[in-house]
Design a protein around this ligand. Structure first.
Ligand SMILES: [Zn+2]
Length: 463
């Protein structure tokens, strides 16, 4: 038995979110997901990996010798949360394009302002975003943006984990994909394995089929997946059908992108017929649901969680960028998804809190391609652990821990956060990031960032 260097003692540990994970016969999967909470348990960590999860008081003193101890009494230990789709650096535009329709959001606000970006803006924006995410228990994020080298450096310095994709459009010519591929090859496995990479074509309506085919081939050569916006709403599926007679999912199928593995950002326009393209590759794809953004942009269609569940396709939780979603909290996005699903299906028994936790942990890990290393507190997984205070008035009395975590918890209840066994948030304080420097650096840039007098935009939005 390996000696451990860190032990979280006497916590309530969320270990399994489905009966199958727990080694029980599968009773129907995540629709009836069971969240299993082990009270009075310790988590032993060695070299950044979970060595064991045991009842408190059962580990011999010789095996505890010299280990640092984190007191878990009154705390819930859960897997680090995973943000399956965001544009982290867009914290710099948070609140800059409010109460406008989505076309105006892109064409009149965001894409003209993105002409003004400097690599330093991106670095500071990402730093602020990582601070916000770590404080809310988000230890891994799947990012899609420009100047990705800057973001990778911020991830490295912060101790967070990330799945990074450098964004490109076909309007850039071959240079866009070449840049994305060079980034992916150069940073894969960096920061001690905390950085993994994907290719980042922007969307099925801004990257043409030839470039998507080349994307799929390049991804296969590099042994990585792709992260792309597709079928963001039913309006996109309808316009694709009208213009080309194919749905965005069929475009991903026909170009080979599905086959090579993909995060489908949003997927709110996925149709029942699309299941024929998705189900056969369910082991290498996932859909990132971003329900807060659907609500904010007055979008009538949302990610069809029930359809995807029945097809065996993983659904992860995403926040989208903070310029559209305003926050980067997976707890908040998970809660909104759970409530939207109940309302949309008119079924209060659907999307239980245990199911929501399954989406935010196990299925999100599948979605970002890291199911072997994160998403569960099990021996052999990386020690990405979040400790949540359960002794808060809004959580007590605690009849149902899963319901507390999904429907009552607040981000500030996250007290301590580990990534690879390293403490990155200690009792609510960041240990690796100077947030004030990022806030000050971005605040002085607001006039330049908002300047649209140049009359240009990085792209035209016409899905
Ligand atoms: Zn997005």
């Amino acid at each position: 038995m390996p000696l451990v260097d860190l032990i979280v003692t006497d916590a309530t540990v969320l270990t399994h979110t489905t009966p199958a994970d727990a080694g029980y016969p599968d009773d129907g999967g995540a629709a009836r997901a069971t969240a299993i909470f082990l009270r009075h348990h310790d988590i032993g960590i060695a070299d950044g990996v979970i060595a064991w999860v045991r009842p408190t008081g059962t580990t011999p003193q010789a095996e505890r010798e010299g280990a640092e101890v984190i007191d878990g009494r009154g705390r819930l230990a859960m897997p680090g949360l995973i943000n399956c789709h965001t544009h982290s650096a867009m914290t710099m535009f948070r609140g800059s394009a409010e109460d406008v329709p989505v076309e105006s959001w892109f064409n009149d606000h965001i894409w003209p302002m993105e002409v003004n970006l400097t690599p330093r803006d991106v670095a500071l924006g990402a730093r602020l975003a990582i601070a916000e995410m770590l404080l809310a228990g988000v230890t891994t994020f799947a990012d899609h943006y420009f100047s990705m080298d800057e973001i990778a450096r911020e991830v490295t310095a912060s101790g967070a984990r990330a799945v990074l994709a450098s964004t490109y459009f076909s309007s850039e010519g071959p240079a866009g994909l070449d840049r994305s591929a060079a980034f992916a090859a150069g940073w894969q496995g960096a920061a001690g394995g905390r950085v993994t990479t994907m290719l980042g074509p922007h969307a099925t309506y801004t990257v043409d089929d030839a470039d998507l085919q080349r994307t799929a081939r390049t991804a296969s050569q590099l042994g990585i997946r792709t992260h792309i916006h597709a079928a963001e709403g039913m309006f996109q599926t309808e316009s694709s059908l009208a213009a080309r007679r194919v749905t965005p999912m069929q475009v991903l199928h026909d170009t080979g992108v599905l086959e090579s593995g993909v995060i489908i950002a949003h997927g709110a326009g996925i149709t029942p017929d699309d299941v024929r393209w998705l189900a056969p590759v369910a082991d290498r794809i996932g859909v990132a649901a971003c329900d807060k953004v659907y609500l904010k942009h007055a979008q009538q269609s949302t990610t069809p969680v029930r359809l995807l569940h029945d097809a065996g396709v993983p659904v992860g939780i995403g926040t989208d960028g903070p310029a559209s979603g305003n926050t980067l909290s997976v707890l908040e996005s998970m809660r909104m998804l759970a409530l939207v699903e109940k309302q949309k299906t008119a079924d209060a028994t659907w999307l239980t809190s245990a199911h929501a936790l399954d989406l935010a942990t196990r299925q999100s890990a599948l979605t970002v391609g890291l199911a072997d290393s994160i998403g569960a507190l099990l021996p052999g997984r990386r020690a990405d652990v979040v400790l949540v205070a359960l002794d808060r008035p809004h959580l007590q009395p605690l009849h149902d821990i899963a319901a507390g975590l999904v429907l009552s918890v607040q981000e500030s209840d996250v007290r301590t956060v580990l990534v690879d066994g390293r403490v990155v948030v200690d009792e609510g304080r960041l240990t690796t990031i100077d947030v004030q420097e990022a806030i000050d650096g971005l605040t002085v840039r607001i006039p330049q960032l908002r300047d649209r007098s140049h009359g240009r935009r990085i792209q035209d939005y016409a899905p």
